[in-house]
Write a protein that binds this ligand. Structure first.
Ligand code: GLU
Length: 557
């Protein structure tokens, strides 16, 4: 067999890529270095459109967005659609919509209306010509070759390698097509044999060191694999596309999940052989969850979030539940930066964009997704919003997910705003809304259309007493009473009906009373809101208005 020489490399490159006329330098000219202020970061997310938008996509997006926008840089969206087996109809739109729902602001990249920016196309399948320029160049340099090995041949070497306890993969003596002559290659192509383009690696036992911005030094063996650059349909693998795209799109930081660390040697190899500067890698921690161990529930176990078991891994879950985008950002920033919570306590009203985000404060030991924590953050975050903001966000969600409720919110806008203001003043503002779905339920009593009785009045007093109470209450009711005048009347009726004004008196001597003031106010709450556990009666009455109050109470009198 004759080894391929330099001239053959050029001939081979022409044979494999007859349509490619442009050179790497043409690409460099077309996508020049960006003109940005010193220190500006260029970041991206590169999700694959599989139909499932992952919480991790948003997690990495938040880091990229913060780094770019904190430094007057650029943050863009690239669609990594090289894996057509995983592609699902409409998945790109799902992805773009999800990012929009969560308020992720891209400066350039794929949008619902097409691509936006000078460094596109931003969808990898549309960049085939660009990859082929560099693929051809690598062939010319003797750094890539076509490989015709069949699936059976690949299986056979894998078995042999397993038996010999060797590294699996195509390399060294297992790389059967490395040394094919130009004539042999021509013949195989003419015979219509499918081929992939492989990187031609040096066998070596060197090591590489990458300074990861999150993890510090990562030391690994240098690549010796003849890994695939282009698949048989001419579409690149993730490895090749990542290197070409992040170079040409001038990314300064590559933020991606830690599952990519094992591929780093391939990426370092490509950046080196192409003579390009490596971006700064930030490998983020896998999203984890803590739960009781199945075998020993007294112990807690940390495990990776799973698509199958954990609905909270899908961004769609947060959308469907109506978990506000601000809550999800707040939550992820807490998970992402160890000093975020402290900052939030010191700056309760500042927008999160004021927080100085830093990669150094990121956790590498697994990011914990704790849904109880999310709920607490949600109550705090929504508790801090003014009524108008809550109204707009809630209505926005309802318009998509609960159209009937959206109609109510629009029809009774003033009442709703007043309802949202209940309990807002004072030292301890109320924190009872955790998501928009739950808000529809929690606030349902403010509208006759959705009002229903959930708690049982008969648990508070017998029917006769109920009648007496509501008759008396309505008789003395004056909608203009302030809170203390109102409460004086409630107390008076409580006494008149033989109930204890002080709950502790009733506890001490239950036989002396019919019940306590707690039963009385519960009756009022149930009549007005359907529930014994509800916001302040006087305030609720004023949101509902005199007519509604009288109508709801007279049913019991
Ligand atoms: N397409 C890759 C993924 O979905 C992106 C990795 C990267 O950001 O480079 O995991």
């Amino acid at each position: 067999m004759k080894r391929i020489d330099m001239m053959d490399n050029n001939a081979l490159a022409k044979l494999l890529f007859p349509e490619v006329t442009l050179l790497p330098e043409d690409m460099e000219k077309k996508f020049p270095a960006r003109k940005l202020p010193e220190g500006a970061c260029v970041t991206r997310i590169g999700p694959s459109p599989t139909g499932f938008v992952h919480l991790g996509n948003l997690y990495n997006a938040i880091i990229g967005e913060r780094l770019a926008h904190q430094s007057q840089g650029v943050f863009y969206l690239r669609i990594e659609d090289t894996d057509n087996k995983r592609e699902v109809e409409g998945a790109v739109d799902t992805l773009i919509n999800a990012m929009a729902y969560f308020g992720v602001n891209f400066d350039e990249g794929a949008t619902a209306q097409g691509d936006n920016g000078e460094y596109g196309p931003y969808r990898q399948r549309q960049r085939k010509d660009i990859y082929h320029v560099f693929a051809k160049y690598l062939v010319e340099q003797g750094k890539a070759y076509p490989c015709f090995m069949t699936a059976e041949e690949l299986d056979a070497i894998r078995e042999e390698q397993m038996a010999n306890k060797e590294d699996p993969g195509v390399y060294g003596k297992y790389a059967k097509c490395r040394d094919m002559s130009l004539d042999e290659i021509k013949a195989a192509i003419d015979a219509g044999k499918p081929w992939v383009l492989r990187y031609k690696a040096d066998m070596n036992d060197e090591r590489i060191v990458v300074e990861d911005a999150v993890r510090g030094k990562i030391e690994m063996p240098r690549n010796f694999m003849d890994f695939v650059l282009l698949k048989s349909d001419g579409i690149p693998t993730y490895h090749f596309a990542h290197v070409v795209d992040d170079h040409l799109m001038r990314s300064t930081h590559v933020i991606r999940g830690e599952e990519w660390i094992s591929s780093l040697p391939m990426h370092v190899e490509l950046f080196t052989v192409l003579g390009w500067q490596q971006p700064i890698y930030c490998h983020t921690a896998t999203l984890m969850k803590i739960e009781p161990d199945e075998e020993d529930p007294s112990k807690l176990k940390k495990r990776k979030l799973s698509k199958r078991k954990d609905p909270e891994l899908a961004l769609a879950y947060y959308q469907q539940e109506g978990i506000s985008k601000d809550v999800v950002w707040e939550f992820l920033l807490t998970v992402l930066n160890s000093n975020y919570e402290e900052w939030r306590q010191a700056n309760p009203d500042a927008p999160y964009t004021d927080f100085p985000y830093s990669i150094e404060k990121m956790s590498i030991s697994g990011a914990l997704v704790d849904m109880d924590k999310l709920r607490d953050i949600a109550k705090d975050t929504i508790g801090r919003m003014d009524a108008q903001t809550v109204y707009e966000n809630w209505l926005g969600w309802c318009e998509e997910y609960n159209k009937d409720f959206a109609e109510l919110l629009t029809k009774y806008k003033d009442r709703t705003l007043a309802a949202l203001n209940v309990g807002k003043s004072g030292k301890k503002p109320r924190k009872d809304i955790e998501n928009w779905k739950q808000a529809c339920d929690f606030m349902s009593f403010y509208y006759d259309e959705t009002f229903k009785h959930e708690d049982n009045m008969d648990e508070q007093a017998d029917k006769e007493v109920q009648k007496q109470f509501f008759a008396k209450y309505l008789e003395s009711y004056d909608h203009a009473d302030d809170s203390s005048a109102w409460f004086d009347k409630v107390r008076k009726i409580t006494e008149e009906l033989g109930f204890a004004v002080k709950p502790k008196d009733f506890k001490k001597e239950p036989e002396k009373f019919k019940g306590s003031i707690v039963h009385i106010t519960n009756m009022l709450r149930i009549a007005l809101t359907g529930r014994a556990n509800a916001p302040d009666i006087h305030e609720v009455s004023h949101v509902l208005g005199e007519d509604m109050v009288r109508a709801r109470l007279s049913k019991w009198a």
